[in-house]
Design a protein around this ligand. Sequence first.
Ligand code: FES
Ligand code: FES
Length: 161
Amino acid sequence: MADDPEEREFTLSINGEEQRIRATPDMPLLWALRQEAGLSGVKFGCGAALCGACTVHLDGNPVRSCVIPVAAAENSDITTIEGLQDDPTARKLFDAWLETDVMQCGYCQAGQIMSAHALLRRTPKPSPDDIDMAMSGNICRCGTYLRIREAIRIASGQEES
Ligand code: FES
Ligand code: FES
């Protein structure tokens, strides 16, 4: 099959490392991360910015990678769940997630943790309303919402609600 004439090389900063990938400018960042960079933690759910399964950070802010063209991410620091493994805030979230036994099927959970991490970075002691607002765009078909909220409270050093 012939190459797409619009395809070109992009240099992306992913989890602190530069990676070169070939893509068309409008390829969703989600596919660049999963298929070209081999990072499978980011998940495809709706493809329309409605479910949050594809959440990653661009310059520390949570975004839906299914609707971000790869060309728009070229000059940003991209962080995926794989890039948070040694992050102290993420470690607190991982521990709290285990403590509260959040996960069921697990499909939405990387996106949930990416949103929770961004919340704790900007609001270290979030109120229940802060948590609800920050997490409202992350859908969990298994209905783990209450445990997610509890885990975020625990990770932020607050009493269980
Ligand atoms: S797959 Fe991106 S928001 Fe649902
Ligand atoms: S744990 Fe199954 S979709 Fe959230």
